[in-house]
Design a protein around this ligand. Structure first.
Ligand code: BGC
Length: 779
């Protein structure tokens, strides 16, 4: 069917619906789906987070999902081929789980490392974000699964996220924050855009004029604007402002109120018709209309793709020559995160994988030599899920009847929109066998009323405060001998009508005093010929729902690194975080490797990189600050967050850095030989691999305008390309510059404008290491 024929068919289908039938389609029928309309052969559409895996409609170990490297790690690859391969995994996962639309990618910029969702965004640079985001969108949609560019727009932080008003100037909005969305709509052809929670310039995003202009008119977006979850607060203003779909449902501000508004003339029926047409277009695209079917997605080798992708994103920040490791004889692996790897960030992007390869697992599998492990320092975190293999979960009604029973294999439980109606209590029971003697902390993480019983006796009754993303905890201590068995029952009392229920039956194993653990790590490092210390953040530091209040590593991790390095200078520090953390000892250690939140295969990929099976393929997609001075705040004042820095974010601003944007070492060395430009605005950069092994280089091209009249940063990224070469061989990077590279947004003309004259092109290895220069004359 031609596009015109399809459009005509969709309009005909829509015109068969009554106003009530049409409006019904515009609010979710539950948490994750849009209603079917059998009258026109439309089945229900299913949407699901998210950026680093496809959760599906349940969030449970009973329905596991492949867990991908976090989006910042993907962007650190600077490699559209890597991103496309990962997107193929996402599309496959979506179809495997009956999902039509993935609620990703998140393309808000890394304006500040305090953003709790930094890990979920791609980069501080609008071009890198746009190019990687576009590769993601295309890679998902080429398999007939929808992708959603989110959160449109200005959602660069979490503090007061439902209400904060972002104030910024128009040039900054266009050149920085809208630019990735523009590219993903125009080049990527994204089928959905998600309206954010926050306000921009005084209007909440579900009612904001930016939904119509530039998104729908100037950029020609023909897809669906979906609200962020519970973001829609009004009937008429949101319906008129070009929001198309309210999520979740079935309750919400549209429904009958919108029908009444149309009847009263407050919203035109054409407005409704446009929304319905967009929804039907999406349904046709994903194969949800009679006569269409979801496409078969080729089965990827998921583990292999994710292992390569994780390594491709790892950034070697510092190396005295220690990496790659050459035939180590005895390796000490140190750090809590080496064992309890943090492979993904917290919040709606979290998925439940069926396995995780921790750094310790990965190294043990890869090395035939002795690998010792010491925790070294314990991180302040919530209680971990209790180590009980099988739990009985009962949903109990007011009269004591069990309304539903589940057998579960994880003590971290969450039900979104799947709570049992009429249940007044969730009861979780299991039998713990103590595998370690000593004092156990036993308790719960959650919100609301709980009672914990051990061996039939109530030991703790409490009401926990906190919010969904920052639940509280309660616990008691219990001394157990090794092999002791106890029965534990956790009762959670539900408020009437609860639709979202979450709780963890938690435990902390006995452990030696901190000083002993540090001493054991030092001893292990001393006895080894190389020490690998894994440091990073926890879910109470980096998560959706709140921002960070410090960039320092939590717990005694700095002290641990210093003590281990003093014992053994051949120390590699692996940074397991989603965003920048301070590394005050960075110049004193043998190597610093940024592994990000690397997804389920992180440990295997880490072993590949440490042992030189693969190069660390990543380059920083974001400047890495040296300290907190000058780092932009994410805390609003009186409900307003001003982006007063304008265009000066990341490398565009003057701040003390530990490592610059674009930086990252490989295992070979590159010489930059020559730069040429062509009449077609291609930049051709010649490089030579002057090291001793095959390698990959990300050739970066920046522009600057030294004598320009338009206020601009001293340089900005204009393009990049991935090249590979054998030792001694040359490679050519051809980078096309679109006109947008030198254009600026003219507020006066309300258009993209060119300042004619001579621009300087620089090419090299990072924003501060640019050995080649050429001039570009723009008319
Ligand atoms: C997040 C979105 C997500 C949605 C559904 C919201 O809280 O901001 O990114 O897609 O929840 O889980």
């Amino acid at each position: 069917m031609t596009d015109d024929a399809l459009e005509a068919r969709l309009a005909k289908l829509r015109d068969r619906l009554t106003l009530a039938q049409k409006v019904r389609l515009l609010t979710g029928q539950d948490f994750w789906s849009v209603p079917a309309e059998p009258a026109i052969g439309l089945r229900s559409l299913v949407v699901s987070d998210g950026p680093a895996g496809v959760r599906g409609t349940t969030w449970s170990e009973l329905s596991p999902s492949a867990s991908l490297p976090s989006p910042s790690a993907l962007a650190a690859s600077w490699d559209v081929a890597t991103v496309r391969a990962v997107a193929g995994v996402l599309a496959y996962e979506a179809r495997r789980k009956g999902v039509d639309v993935v609620l990703a990618p998140t393309v808000n910029l890394h304006r500040s490392p305090y953003n709790g969702r930094h890990f979920e965004c791609l980069s501080e640079d609008p071009l890198l974000t746009g190019v990687i985001g576009t590769a993601y969108v295309r890679g998902v949609q080429e398999h007939g699964v929808g992708a959603t560019a989110k959160h449109y727009v200005g959602n660069e932080s979490e503090t007061e996220r439902f209400t904060v008003d972002i104030q910024l100037d128009e040039r900054t909005l266009r050149e920085l924050y809208l630019a990735p969305f523009e590219r993903m709509v125009i080049d990527g052809g994204a089928w959905l855009v998600m309206a954010a929670y926050n306000s921009v310039l005084g209007a909440t995003m579900t009612e904001n004029p930016l939904l119509a202009h530039p998104l729908k008119d100037e950029w020609g977006f023909d897809g669906v604007v979906i609200s962020d979850w519970v973001a829609t607060r009004s009937t008429e203003p949101s319906a008129r402002a070009a929001l198309d779909l309210v999520m979740p449902g079935p309750a919400g501000p549209w429904g009958d109120a919108l029908i009444a508004a149309v009847r009263a003339g407050g919203v035109s029926e054409e407005t409704i018709d446009d929304k319905v047409l967009r929804l039907l277009r999406l349904a046709a695209r994903v194969g949800a209309l009679d006569g269409t079917a979801p496409r078969q997605v080729p089965k990827p080798d998921t583990r292999a793709v994710l292992r390569v992708a994780a390594a491709d994103g790892m950034v070697l920040l510092h190396n005295t020559g220690l990496l790659p490791l050459r035939a180590p004889r005895r390796v000490a692996v140190i750090g809590q995160l080496a064992h309890d790897a943090r492979t993904q960030g917290g919040g709606s992007a979290t998925v439940v994988p069926d396995h995780v390869v921790s750094p310790l697992d990965g190294l043990r599998a890869a090395l035939d030599v002795e690998v010792t492990y010491a925790v070294g320092a314990r991180l302040p975190d919530r209680l971990a899920p209790i180590p009980i293999a099988e739990l009985d979960v009962e949903w109990v009604g007011g009269d004591g009847t069990v309304l539903r029973r589940e057998t579960r294999h994880s003590a971290q439980l969450i039900w979104l929109g799947e709570a049992v109606a009429d249940a007044t209590e969730v009861r979780v029971s299991g039998r713990l066998t103590a595998d370690t003697a000593g004092t156990w902390r036993l308790g719960m993480v959650g919100r609301g009323r709980f009672t914990l019983a051990i061996d039939g006796e109530d030991v703790l009754t409490t009401t926990l405060a906190g919010d969904a993303h920052r639940p509280a905890e309660g616990a008691v201590d219990r001394d157990l001998a090794e092999g002791d068995e106890i029965d534990i029952v956790l009762r959670h009392f539900l408020d009437p009508g609860s639709t979202v229920v979450g709780l963890t039956l938690g435990a902390e194993r006995p452990h030696p005093p901190a000083g002993d653990e540090l001493a054991a790590a030092v001893a292990a490092a001393r006895a080894a010929d190389v020490a690998i210390v894994v440091v990073g953040t926890t879910e109470t530091v980096e998560s959706e729902g709140f921002d960070r209040d410090s960039l320092a590593l939590p717990g005694g991790q700095d002290e641990l690194v210093r003590a281990v390095t003093a014992a053994n200078p051949r120390t590699v520090v692996v940074v397991n975080s989603g965003g920048p953390v301070l590394l005050p000892w960075r110049d004193d250690v043998g190597a610093v490797l940024l592994a990000w939140f690397g997804g389920q295969e992180m440990g295997a990929a880490l072993a590949d990189v440490l042992l030189g099976v693969r190069e660390p393929g990543g380059r920083l997609p974001t400047s890495w600050p040296a300290g907190e001075a000058g780092v932009l705040t994410t805390t609003p004042t009186d409900g307003v967050l001003r982006y007063d820095e304008g265009l000066d974010i990341g490398y565009r601003r003057d701040q003390a850095l530990a490592y610059p944007f674009g930086h990252g070492l490989g295992y070979t060395a590159w010489q930059y030989l020559d730069i040429q430009t062509t009449v077609d605005d291609d930049v051709i950069v010649q490089v030579r691999n002057v090291g001793e092994r095959h390698g990959k280089e990300i050739v970066q091209v920046y522009l600057s305008r030294p004598d320009g009249k338009i206020g601009r940063p001293s340089r900005w990224l204009a393009g990049f390309a991935v090249v590979t070469a054998d030792p001694g061989a040359e490679a050519t990077a051809t980078i096309h510059l679109d006109a947008r590279a030198w254009r600026h947004w003219s507020v006066r003309e309300q258009a993209w404008a060119t300042e004619p004259g001579t621009y300087v092109l620089s090419a090299g290895h990072s924003v501060v290491d640019l050995p080649l220069r050429a001039e570009l004359v723009v008319a």
